[in-house]
Every structure is written in C-alpha cells, then in structure tokens.
Design a protein around this ligand. Sequence first.
Ligand code: SAH
Ligand code: SF4
Ligand code: F3S
Length: 490
Amino acid sequence: MQHNEHTANKTIDEARQGEAIMMPTNEGTSKKLYLESYGCQMNFADSEVVASILSGQGYETTQDSKEADVILLNTCSIRENAEQKVRVRLKDFKKQKNQNPELVVGVLGCMAERLKKNLLEEEKLVDIVAGPDSYRDLPNLIEEVGSGQKAVNVLLSREETYADITPVKLDKGGITSYVSITRGCDNMCSFCVVPFTRGRERSRDPQTIVRECKELFNLGYREVTLLGQNVDSYRFNLSAKGEIKDENLPTTNFAQLLEMVAQVSPDMRVRFSTSHPKDMGDDVLEVIAKYENVCSYIHLPVQSGNTAMLKRMNRGYSREWYMDRIAAIKRIIPNYCISTDIISGFCDETDEEHQDTISLMKEVEFGFAYMYKYSERPKTLAERKFEDNVPDEVKSARLEEIIALQGQHSLKQHQEQVGKTVKVLIEGPSKRSDEQLFGRDDRNSVVIFDRGDLKKGQYVMVHIKDCTSATLFGDVVEVLPPHPIQHIEL
Ligand code: SAH
Ligand code: SF4
Ligand code: F3S
C-alpha cells in the first residue's frame, strides 16, 4: 500500500496523510471525537470503522482538535520517521491536556501494537493504547479512562475482520472509497514490521465485501479500492469463519472476488492494492482484461532488482520471477500501468546490487514508484539477523539516483499519453483552481481539465494535450451517460 515519502508522482491518497477527518454530524449529542490518521490506506479505512463504532456511542467527529473530548491518533510504525511524526503530534496534545485534564488521548494502530503499554510510560499523556484488532473495545476503554485508569488492549486476533461493521464515510459526498478485504500479513519480509503490528492474515467474507460496495454505489461512490497487504493471498471459505468445518466447501480466491466486485455496476470502478509478485497469478490479470471497470493499474512492489538481495529480504521471488510477472501483465492487459515500491540501502547492499535495481527499473519503466531509505525496525528478522550497515550517505545517494530515474520514467510515460483520449472519473475541484476539476484515468494518472458544467462522479472522455511527470492536462470531448441503474437492491 501507499505512503507519503519519496514519490515521483503525488497521488490524492498521499495528500490525505495525517489528515483530520469528519464524520456526518449527529444532532443532539455533545461528545466530540477528533481522529487523525497516519500510514497506509488500511489505517484510513480502519479510522472509518472506529468512527462507526464510536458513533454508536453518540460521538460526533470534529475537525478542530481544540473542541474534542476524545483525541485518537491512528498510527504507523513502518519506518522510524513515521513514528517520529506521531511523537511530535502527541507533544502538541500534551499542552492541550494540561489545560483540560478531562481530555482523553488515545493511540491506535500499529505504534500502539508495537509499543503496547510502554507507550503509556514513554508518552505520559496517553490514556488509551488500542491495537488494530481491538477497536470494538474502544467504548469500554474510554469508559475505563473515565473512571480514572489508563486503558490498554493490544490483543491480536485470528478472526477479526470488522466484516459486519459499516464504516462511517468520513468524506461526505465522496466518490472513491477503500474497502478492506484482508487484515494482517503472513509473509515475514525481513525488513517489515507489519506482521508484528497487524498479526496473522485473515480474509473477510466476500458477501460482506460485495454488500459494502453496493452500499457505497447507492451513496454515490463510483470507485472502490480493495485493500490488503497481499490481495493475491485472499482466500475465503465458510470453514475459515469457524462456522462449518468442511474442507470441500467452495473457496473464493482473489480473482473470483475481483470478478464479483466488478459485477456490482459497470459504473463502479475497481482498483486494488497491494499485489504481491510471488502470488499474483494470470487469473487476476485476466479479470482485469475482461472487465472495463477494473482498472489496468497494478501496484507490484519489487523492493530490489537483485536476487540475492530479494532472498535477504525474504520476499519469496527472484528478479527473473518478477520479470516474468511483468511480462504477463504486458501480455494480458492492454494499456497497463505498473507502479512499485523500492527500498535503498537494505543490509549489506553492494553497489552492484543497487545497480541491479537501476537496471530493473530501466527494463520495466514504472509509471509511479514509492521510494524509501531502509529504516531498521525492532523485532524484524533483519534486526535480529543482519546489520544495518549501509552508511546513511550511501543510502541517500542511492535513493536520489532511484528518484531521479523514476522522475524520467514518469514523465516519459505521461508524454506517451499526450494526443490520446482517456476515460476519467471526476473526483472534485483541482487543488490549483476552482475553475478546474480533477479525476483519474484507468492507469491512475491525475488528469486536470476545465470545470464547465461538469460534476464529480461523472465519467468524461478527455483529450490529453499536455503533461508533467505528475499530471495530465486535457480538454473534455465527451460526457458519458450514467448507467440506467443508479440504485442497487441489496
Ligand atoms: N504489503 C505491501 C507493503 C506494505 S509496507 C507489500 O508487500 O508490498 C509499504 C512499503 O514500505 C513496502 O513495500 C516497502 O517498500 C516499505 N517498507 C517496509 N518496511 C520498510 C523499512 N523497514 N524501511 C524502509 N521501507 C520499508
Ligand atoms: Fe510487510 Fe512483506 Fe507483508 Fe508487505 S508482504 S506487509 S512488506 S511482510
Ligand atoms: Fe500500515 Fe504503517 Fe501499519 S503501513 S499496516 S499503518 S505500520
């Protein structure tokens, strides 16, 4: 999934990092919740689950932390600097709590899970520490604090998927939404903290996923992004829920789930993140090719272009395997766009290994990339087995080289779109001018065009006339009629 560090192309998702989010107002209640989210898309989706659980207790969200009764930070541990950001923010709230001792401050998400009750000692002002699988317990935890105690729940679960909770949409009138399909991760990449903060992988009941997508369509949403740390390992049968123990029951895999969601409506676009190179099969690519509304954009993190390095990273594939998956995408999906994640300066990385990453980038020509310097995380395999021995200047120099190359590739791919006409889902006003709107094309590029009489949620054909590495600019040449069915029976 995506993060906001070094990107050649800024996406809308990233603009949301560390953002305060609003929930529809709940007349007649007085308790106010301020919720701030960091990290990956999964955390933003989880915050909507938290808002839903607390709205049942009469909490109304506010965008002004000053008027809050409860402040919750949904945090990320993926790199050291992600945690640093949260610590700075907690210091701001400390001042507020000194003035208002009744204020409840809680830390949710991955930092809560990683640091557990140490967070209470480390950050003296925190009242609640709640891990990613304990959000149903939040009303009790808040009550415990009311009776003068500190409250901690960091139990990880093998079953919790929040499948039955309808997330409260925090962007009223939104067009695009995340929908979680799995939680946790079983992969144990040696650099990664996620298996420790999110626990074992589990898949959500497909019927609840399809239902949520239909509800979103009825609310006016026109795009869903299915979320999981490794969507390709999605696998559900009823015995997984523990209800029926029968190994012969039909199982739903990711390709089948994608097809079920694609059939919700031809006007509902479907994206997904993250694909894992070791598990992404041709069956998924064939569903993308078959359905016009399943976007031909694939985020396929490579991390490194060197096989020995990939082995140290415990990624479960070689450079050749990765290139075979790229060849499959190019063969099966017309007009594909591939993005990736790259880490520079992982343990023992040599210049030759780094050059293999550069040569792989040149072979693939990614449309976008999220690029990071390796940051050692406590408890991970790498922390226990290897030494974080690439000097910081070397990590930075390699990262700069990767970023510069990606910038050229992003620009080149956009230049190839100039002169073409692309289908765009309108998402809202452009950041630069109210007279312009923005949306994204099938390949996930941001497209900007004049507002005219157009509205968000409409599909338009845009003739591309100019570009930067981050954005396409064009003229609307056709407004596509909406699908006759605007309301789906559940
Ligand atoms: N499940 C997704 C990734 C989730 S984390 C996947 O497997 O692709 C998102 C990205 O953060 C990773 O792809 C990786 O590039 C980066 N990342 C994870 N741990 C990191 C670390 N310790 N230091 C630097 N980058 C890291
Ligand atoms: Fe981390 Fe690897 Fe799981 Fe991604 S697949 S979340 S990088 S352990
Ligand atoms: Fe996501 Fe960060 Fe946790 S990337 S899973 S919020 S460590």
